[in-house]
Ligand binder design. Structure first.
Ligand code: ADP
Ligand code: GLC
Length: 504
């Protein structure tokens, strides 16, 4: 089938979170299964700059906010990716809307770009035009697969075309709904008949995400548990009614991870590569020599990470457990639980911690204060670093992810693959990928991490302490790490589920 993927970010060109990873890896997995997938992104300045060659395929004149924009569709040629997608990358070029420095959604001073409603309405109009046929080519999509609020209007625009391709809308995070005012709605020249609670109107304004729910042929989200959770008031952001109404048009399909990029056996960000699974498959029995190899390689990565972070790395026994956190510093990620339990954790254990992230200035400031107070126990790196993210996944002993809600979460899966058991809250994709360590799961060898159910700092602290107790028991600890590393985390199964949905 011909699938047009429309997203507002895709690794490695532009990424602010997991959506970027998914928009890169899922098309590749679908291609490997035989579908013809093409990806369309806005032509942000940094993306244009990364291209080797751009070919203009055609243009449309499309309405924006009270003006008409000349919207060019460019075929991008980008040879530094060797996964085959570079041949089929299209960019929607509207310099007034996308040719600007920095983050795709946020001004350098931290506030949303004031013209976001216009930017993603025009992008969505252009994607819908592409669905009729891409200028200069004879390629037409059978399905347009859209992601998050930035493309929520695509299914709505498509609904006005006959014939039209089918549309799939994937919710990666319900907390971001693309909510704008009635005056935005009017100036963007959107059809007045959409202004109803049944379609896009939402508590006095309008929501682009709601447009996706109302108009798409199928709606998915990124884990089965989150699909159930968002139908309840606790997680539904006042859209639970609309989501319940979807019935079996709403499906949860668990994300996978890119097994090439997140592979401790080949990862060039690491000082020593390691793996346990391949060797086990080859030998089909426990191989002590190899076990030592992954342990000692992981330890070398730990020492390197500690010294890079300026934390004491002279503990050659490696006893002091190293905890890691990577992520956007926002309410969703449960930073408040981490900051409130850290003093007690440091007082009562020998654990040290590395935190990598950026986001809300409040959390950034709180974390910096804590790092100043505990310089030999806590390193905080405010910023975005792919390199450090790989090093943290590999070099830490435990990965901490106490999310309030987590549609899927990729970091806990990266940590599983790197033999760094995650400590997670029981929600969304975390609940679907992490099996708590208790006597029964240790016995049947399914334990791969640590899960807490009551969402508070005390429960997080107790669970970390529970993990640290096991950390002192090398045999059990290694078993948990090996179970984690051997887990099926790739995209193949989930890509097959998307294929089945497209064909349905
Ligand atoms: P979300 O999409 O909610 O941010 P995910 O766990 O699904 O959460 O994905 C986050 C992705 O972004 C991961 O690939 C993670 O490594 C990456 N990431 C987040 N913050 C940073 C950072 N400060 N530096 C490097 N990578 C980061
Ligand atoms: C979102 C979610 C995250 C998910 C990612 C990719 O940003 O917060 O849980 O893994 O999208 O689907």
């Amino acid at each position: 089938m011909n699938i047009l993927f429309a997203a507002s970010e895709a690794f490695p060109l532009v990424k602010t979170g997991g959506l970027g990873d998914v928009a890169h890896a899922l098309p590749i997995a679908l291609k490997q299964l035989g579908d013809d997938v093409r990806l369309v992104l806005p032509a942000y300045r940094d993306v244009l700059a990364a291209m080797d060659l751009l070919t203009e395929l055609g243009y449309w004149d499309l309405p924006g906010a009270g003006v008409t924009h000349r919207v060019r569709v460019l075929q991008a040629h980008y040879t530094s990716l060797d996964d085959g997608l570079e041949e089929y990358l299209y960019l929607i070029d509207v310099p007034a809307l996308f040719d600007r420095a920095g983050n795709p959604y946020v001004h350098p001073d931290g506030y949303d770009w004031p013209d976001n409603a216009e930017r993603f309405t025009v992008f969505s109009r252009a994607v819908a035009q592409m669905a009729k046929g891409i200028p200069g080519t004879d390629w037409k999509p059978d399905v347009v697969h859209c992601h998050d609020w930035q493309t929520g209007l695509v299914p709505a625009f498509l609904s006005m075309f006959h014939p039209r391709p089918k549309s799939v809308f994937t919710i990666h995070n319900l907390a971001y709904s693309g909510y704008f005012s009635h005056s935005d709605f009017t100036i963007l020249n959107l059809p007045p008949e959409w202004w109803s609670p049944e379609f896009v109107e939402f508590y006095g304004g309008f929501s682009m995400l709601k447009a996706g729910l109302a108009f798409a042929d199928q709606v998915t989200t990124v884990s089965p548990t989150y699909a159930r959770e968002i139908c309840t008031p606790q997680y539904g952001y006042r859209l639970e009614g609309a989501l319940q109404h979807l019935g079996d048009r709403l499906n949860g399909i668990l994300n996978g991870i890119d097994l090439d990029i997140w592979n401790p056996e080949t990862d060039s960000h690491l000082v020593q590569q390691y793996s346990v699974t391949n060797n086990k498959v080859i030998n089909n029995k426990k191989n002590d020599k190899h076990d030592q190899q992954w342990l000692s390689a992981k330890f070398a990565n730990k020492q390197h990470l500690l010294s890079k972070a300026g934390l004491p790395s002279d503990d050659t026994s490696g006893k002091a457990p190293l905890l890691g956190f990577i992520g956007r510093l926002v309410e969703q990620k449960g930073l408040d639980l981490i900051t409130s339990m850290l003093p007690e954790l440091f007082a009562s254990t020998d654990a040290v911690m590395i935190i990598l992230g950026s986001g809300d200035s409040l959390y950034e400031a709180q974390l910096k204060l804590l790092a100043d107070k505990y310089p030999s126990r806590l390193h905080v790196h405010i910023g975005y670093s792919e390199d450090l993210a790989h090093k943290v996944e590999a070099g830490c002993d435990l990965f901490i992810m106490p999310s309030r809600f987590e549609p899927c979460g990729l970091n806990q899966m990266y940590s599983l693959r790197y033999g760094t058991p995650p400590v997670v809250s029981f929600t969304g994709g975390l609940a679907d990928t992490v099996t708590d360590t208790i006597a029964a799961t240790l016995k049947d060898k399914t334990a791969n991490g640590f899960v807490f159910k009551e969402f508070n700092a005390e429960a997080l602290l107790l669970t970390i302490k529970r993990a640290l107790n096991l950390y002192k028991k090398p045999e059990q600890w290694q078993q948990i790490c090996e179970t984690a590393m051997a887990q099926e985390l790739g995209w193949e199964n989930s890509a097959k589920k998307y294929q089945a949905l497209y064909r349905d």
